[in-house]
Structures are given as C-alpha cells and as structure tokens.
Design a protein around this ligand. Sequence first.
Ligand SMILES: [Fe+2]
Length: 242
Amino acid sequence: MSEEVKMLTGLMELLPKRIIFHNLETAQYMRIILRMMGKSDLERSLMWKGCSPFDYHDIGKAFIPEDLFSYNERFDLKQEHAMMAHVHHGQQIFREVKKLNPLAAGFADAGEMIALYHHECYDGSGYPEGLSGEKIPFLARVCAVANAFTGMQRDSVLLPSRSFEESLSVLEEHAGTWFDPEIVAVFVGETLKELKTERELRRLREIKSQKPFEVHMPESIDESELDNLFTQNITVKTNRPT
Ligand SMILES: [Fe+2]
C-alpha cells in the first residue's frame, strides 16, 4: 500500500465507527446524486489506487478531541469552533497526500475541496469562507446535500432521526438557502419518482400474490429485475466503483 493511501486509511480508522459509516454513506448518496445528474463518470476520473475522494469528507474529525464525540449536550462556542475546524484538518490531510505523491493531485484536490467546503451554504451563510452559489465547488455542493440527507437519517444529540420522505422535505425547504436548488431538485424529484415506482411495484406484487388472476405489468417494467430495482436505484450501500 502506498504511503498516501496508508495515511488516509489509518486516519479513517481513528474515527468512531459511526463517523466512518457516515463518511461512506454520504459518499454513496453523492454517487446517487451524480448518477441522477448524468455525471456518473466524474468519480472514476478522480479515483486514486482504489480510493475515492468522496469517502473522506469528514476525515478531518480524526484530529478533533475525542471527548467531543461522546458529548451529549449542545456544544458551547469553544467546542463548536473546535468541531468546525474539521474542515481545515481535512484540507491539510489532502494537501499532505498531494505532497507525498504529486501524481495523486487530481484525487487530492477533489478530496480537499469536498473536505474544506462541504459546510458552505448556497446563500453564503456557511463556513469556513462563506462562499455562495457556484463559487462553492460543485462536488462540495453535492456533498452538502448528501451529508445533510445522510445525517437526518440517524439520531443525533439534538434531533431524532427523520424518515426518508421527511428528510427529502427538509432538503426542499432549504433549497436555495443551504443547498444548491438544482441539485436538490434533481435528487428529490428523481428519488420520489423511484419511490413511487417502488411503491407501485410493491402494490402490484401484493395484488399478484393475493388475487387468483394475472396482473399485467406495465410494459416498461421487466419483472425479472423487479427485486433489484429499489436496491439499485436508492439504497446503494455497498457497490463501490473500482
Ligand atoms: Fe462535516
């Protein structure tokens, strides 16, 4: 394993399990969003030795004092600033990767942009630089949506987890303020379409299993692919690009 990959994976392993999982789950939603936007190939072009820059947006948390991860109340200002610094730590980590191996520059630059800017808001109210609109690098805007969506699916110290559909509504509510409205529109629109299809398929399947007559499947639906459809389209949890 090369030095830069060893360093990255070693830092990832320092993180609490739930944050490692959050990094990877956010990356999966980034892939889903990019696929919905017709940009599936982008990630492949940024890969380095089997590593995707999408997998490390919160890697900077490896340098956050450990007690903050188990703190069960609202942070005070000092704690909040310490936590916010993870974006700068992430930036430094990817700069180090580039220093260790200049050939990894494409991967490292993308990782740096995602790590540094994924808490910027579309209206300029985010951090660390208060960038707005398209001044925020595209992959960081994608990550912001994926990060929020992933975070909402889990209980946090301050908020209980939300349902899939509630989380989509929150994204819509903050389109144009926190999030890039174009990315939200594609993600929410396509996801709801797929959810609808999945529900229709489930309904058809239920009818088919209960009634003693044939139900005609819509022509566009290949019944043999029925079982895989939802998994492939929405809950992609394990498929990683090579
Ligand atoms: Fe973060």
